[in-house]
Write a protein that binds this ligand. Structure first.
Ligand code: ATP
Length: 613
């Protein structure tokens, strides 16, 4: 059947508001993220292998340093191949250089592979999410702010990338190298290692508090950025209202408040960093101090220890540096991981939303005549709050039906049902005797042309907007359609003509011009059924005549349903349906309904007296 709209929406309250809250790491979500890495097994295993390899070779350089000092420098030993004095030092230096080279190359491949794995997962996840969004039932978009869905597909998915490039795999790599270095240190001199590590509990406590504090400010900064984005986006879109009502100052104050919160949140995280890094330096200096102190003390005890002190001190200093480097950033990496998991959870909430359009209808006859019938149709956007009640009517193929009624009476709702943008709860709608649910949805929509009052234009050329980037439609066809609609002359006068960029949402065009462009679009797609919501706003007499002519051209030879505001359109209609509070009050021709002197008669008197005069 149709949609599984009975399923509850899976957006969490946080998602719809777009705010981030602090949460514990969710392993199940993490596992699911890693399932997206399955097609990239080679990259995944390469990065794990490189992490292990880098960890294993991490203590080799400190060991070589120790050997250089204790064996090479002190004894001036001959080498394995170079038998002259200092040969051992030259050989070991060459090995060190080779190790450095191997480490650098491996580190490059590790960074590149993990980042590239993250980007591959992001690419797939973004396609899957976008695909899901375009197939969601329209009612989902009524419930979810557009900004939220944009954040999910852009920012949140970018945070998923961080799980790979800055999160889990780098954390594993760091942990492994810490274990490897510690193992080397314990084997080399376990007592000295314990002395060096004495200040580490301070570092662990500092790291914990730093992580918590940065995490809190991270959440605050994220929410502040979201609030800033939403505010700026909304106010730039509604700038005309802001300026027209001279409310710039009030809006400025609101903006200042949000901006201050953004600054405060950032300052808090800067504070945490400013405390943490000196603490790390302090602990590091203490460790080295303890190392030198203890090794010095031991040197005084035995001549053998004194002889090896130089080598072990230098090697341990290098080890401590190798230990502190990952420890300094591990808290940050944990936060990145945590935020990545939270972001993934929100993205998965979209993927798990089952309120999608199910296109399992198969009917796709060669031609559609366009005979439409509504049988006892009941429809509600939300639960059982019906906005259309028991609607019955029939339009013969090629006829024009005008729908009139007060604002909110259900006119737009009726036209949204015909191409299955929303789904009815009771009754049935048929076209040429076939239930609309049994048609293939793509076929059905290709046969129905819709021209809405609020015409949506994409930023791009006039040509792209009327063809919707369908290459099968030629420039000649577009020009011919524009001439028929009476818009060719206007388009020609635009800078660049048909290549003129209409800007976002067609902001540079008037409402009338936008509607005429959408008429050209509809004409090019040559639908069997035309659904038209006439523009209500007052257009000048010339545009009014243009629009009327265009409508007359458009409706020839097709079944048309027009939400009519113009008297001329209504009079020409074969049938007029009068809606009131979701119910059909009257139906008939203009003459019949006027003669009835009922609801329609009253509407005419109220709404059109002015136009007639
Ligand atoms: N997406 C929606 N979600 C929930 N309720 C809606 C939605 N769209 C419309 N409604 C409600 O459904 C009812 C009918 O609305 P509809 O837009 O069909 O009226 P209309 O006759 O086209 O009004 P107008 O002439 O002002 O465009 C109204 O009460 C409206 O509040």
């Amino acid at each position: 059947m149709l949609c599984k709209s009975a399923k509850p929406i899976t957006f969490t309250p946080d998602m719809s508001k777009g705010t981030t809250t602090k949460k514990k790491l969710d392993v199940a979500v993490l596992k699911r993220v890693f399932r997206f890495a399955a097609p990239y097994k080679r990259k995944f295993y390469s990065s794990i292998f490189l992490a292990i390899f880098l960890a294993v070779i991490a203590p080799i350089r400190p060991l070589l340093i120790q050997l250089t000092i204790n064996t090479g420098i002190k004894n001036n030993t001959v080498g394995h191949f170079l038998k002259g004095p200092g040969g051992f030092i030259i050989e070991i230096t060459i090995i060190q250089l080779l190790m450095l080279l191997v480490e650098t190359v491996c580190r490059f491949f590790f960074t590149f592979t993990t980042a590239s794995l993250g980007q591959s997962v992001v690419k797939d996840l973004r396609i899957t999410t976008y695909n899901k969004i375009v197939h969601l039932n329209l009612s989902q978009f009524d419930k979810t702010p557009i900004g939220t869905l944009t954040t999910r597909t852009i920012n949140d998915i970018e945070s998923v990338n961080d799980i790979f490039s800055d999160g889990l795999i780098p954390i594993i790599a760091d942990m492994l190298s810490i274990i490897s270095i510690l193992a080397y240190m314990f084997v080399a001199d376990w007592k000295l290692t314990l002395i060096c590590l004495a200040p580490f509990p301070v570092l662990i406590i500092a790291t914990y508090y730093f992580k918590e504090s940065v995490n809190k400010s991270f959440v605050r900064v994220r929410n502040a950025v979201a609030a800033l984005n939403a505010f700026v986006q909304e106010h730039i879109t509604g700038m005309a209202i802001v300026q027209a009502f001279a409310s710039e100052k009030r809006e400025q104050q609101k903006f200042n408040t949000i901006n201050t919160e953004h600054r405060n949140a950032n300052v808090r995280s800067i504070f945490a960093y400013s405390v943490f890094f000196p603490v790390v330096e302090l602990v590091s200096a203490l460790s080295i101090g303890l190392l030198v102190w203890w090794a010095g003390m031991q040197a005084g005890v035995s001549t053998e220890k004194a002889a090896n002190a130089g080598g072990i001190i230098t090697s341990f200093i290098l080890c401590l540096n190798l230990l502190f480097r990952p420890l300094r950033v591990i808290a940050d990496k944990f936060n990145v991981l945590q935020m990545g998991v939270i972001a993934s959870e929100r993205v998965f909430a979209i993927l798990d939303n089952e309120d999608v359009m199910v296109n399992d209808g198969t009917q796709a006859p060669a031609t559609m005549q366009g005979q439409i019938q509504f049988n006892d149709v009941w429809f509600a956007y939300i639960d059982e709050r019906y906005v259309l009640k028991n609607i019955n009517f029939q339009i013969k193929a090629g006829e024009t039906l005008a729908i009139v009624g007060h604002t909110g009476s259900g006119k737009t709702s009726i036209i949204s049902l015909i191409n299955r943008l929303y789904h009815i709860q009771k009754g049935s709608i048929t076209i040429d005797g076939i239930n609309i649910n049994d048609y293939n949805a793509d076929y059905l929509r290709s046969k129905i042309g819709i021209v809405l009052q609020d015409v949506f234009l994409f930023s791009g050329s006039v040509m792209d907007n009327v063809t919707l980037r369908n290459d099968a439609i030629t420039k000649e066809a577009v020009v011919a359609a524009s001439k028929l609609i009476g818009l060719h002359h206007f388009i020609e006068q635009l800078p660049g003509g048909y290549d003129y960029n209409v800007m976002e949402r067609g902001a540079t065009l008037s409402l009338g011009q936008r509607q005429l462009l959408s008429f050209v679009r509809a004409l090019l797609y040559n639908p069997a059924i035309l659904i038209l919501d006439e523009a209500t706003s007052s257009v000048d007499t010339e545009s009014e005549a243009l629009i009327q002519n265009a409508i007359d051209t458009l409706i020839v030879g097709r079944t048309s349903i027009v939400i009519a505001h113009r008297l001329s359109t209504i009079r020409k209609a074969d049938k007029i349906l009068v809606l009131d509070a979701g119910e059909v009050k009257e139906m008939g021709t203009h003459a019949e309904l006027m003669a009835l002197q009922g609801h329609y008669y009253q509407l005419q008197k109220m709404q059109f007296e002015k136009q007639e005069s």
